[in-house]
Design a binder for this molecule. Structure first.
Ligand code: ADP
Ligand code: MG
Length: 322
């Protein structure tokens, strides 16, 4: 369909890589996997009205459609290389495509990621991106290796994106200070920065890793299930941004941190003897990190309040078809 649109996408996302033998323009791309590396692949779809609000800026969509995929590669400890883009558009909208490709390229460029092909069709607005990356053999981080006694850690801050979604739905704020705080939270929703450097730094150090797309409880729950263990978290330790704390207070910010999705931080486990190395590797990668609990026997995630009692979780994480 619409070759001018595809040409614009190709121009705006151009990224030279030796391992792309043939990129956009033929019936398929031809790619050279580097010798001695394993290929790691992931795909994620964003549907208007389900994953983003109608009227979201095209550049924000381009950024985020790639970001959520790079976050999956980060969670596996993979280095990104290539992407495919399937765009379904209600009409051949050149300004939309330009904005989308600009946002996509803004994130692709620092990761040296090449867009090597895709598909462009008509229909309700829907965006699928597939990404490909590399890890040394056997070194991919998975959800399955957590051991009883491991420390549970998380990068960055939690809960901002869900608070950003609330902020978008509220009427504009007159107070300039509050407006700045809200804007910070909204950008955490629209422009998540995938933790690619942190993911590769954790190779050989983390026993399990997941990226937080559904919410900390849900995603750490995936580690527990895959690893046949439980986890205990300290509510007071959950890293929360100053903006989240100021706008939502202590109790609500804890609930948002536990249940808020669309976060794209990494949650991972490390055996105590490797903790110092993991902290050093993340410091080297320039990534903030916080210890939030421990892996236990049993199953499921429990949260302890500051007074030692078990915390009741009042919000549910994101679930499709729920
Ligand atoms: P075909 O009909 O053979 O599948 P298309 O006309 O759909 O080919 O696509 C032509 C070329 O443009 C292919 O190389 C394809 O990968 C690329 N392409 C199409 N849509 C996109 C897109 N949204 N993003 C990137 N590349 C695209
Ligand atoms: Mg063809």
């Amino acid at each position: 369909m619409e070759f001018r649109l595809i040409d614009r996408i190709r121009e705006l996302t151009a990224q030279p890589r030796d391992d792309v033998r043939l990129g956009i323009g033929d019936d398929a791309a031809v790619l050279a996997v580097p010798a001695g590396q394993e290929l790691v692949v992931a795909i994620d779809t964003m549907v208007e009205g389900t994953h983003f609000l109608p009227g979201t800026a095209p550049a924000d969509l381009g950024w985020k459609a790639l970001a959520v995929n790079l976050s999956d590669l980060a969670a596996m400890g993979a280095t990104p290389a290539w992407a495919l883009l399937a765009l379904t558009l209600p009409r051949a909208d050149a300004p939309f495509v330009d904005g989308f490709a600009e946002g996509f390229a803004q994130l692709a460029q620092p990761h040296r990621l090449a867009l090597v092909g895709g598909d462009t069709t008509g229909g309700p607005l829907c965006i699928s991106v597939a990404v490909h990356g590399f890890v040394p053999p056997g070194q991919a981080l998975t959800r399955a290796g957590a051991q009883v006694g491991d420390e549970v850690l998380v990068t960055g801050t939690l809960g901002d994106a869900l608070a950003g979604l609330y902020a978008l739905r509220e009427p504009p704020q007159d107070d300039a200070h509050q407006a700045i705080l809200r804007q910070f939270l909204i950008e955490r929703l629209t422009r998540p920065d995938p933790r690619v450097a942190a993911g590769t730094a954790l190779r050989g150090l983390a026993t399990a890793c997941v990226d937080i797309s559904d919410g900390l409880l849900a995603d750490l729950g995936h580690i527990c299930e895959a690893s046949s263990v439980g986890a205990e978290l300290e509510a007071a330790q959950l890293p929360r941004s100053p903006a989240l704390r100021e706008l939502h207070g202590e109790d609500e910010s804890i609930q948002l941190a536990l249940s808020g999705g669309d976060n794209y931080e990494l949650c991972f486990t490390v055996p105590p003897p490797r903790l110092a190395d993991a902290l050093a590797a993340l410091a080297e990668a320039g990534c903030p990190v916080t210890r939030i609990g421990r892996i236990t026997e049993g199953h499921g995630v429990r949260v302890r309040a500051a007074d030692g009692s078990e915390l009741t979780v009042t919000m549910k994480g994101w679930e499709h078809f729920a």
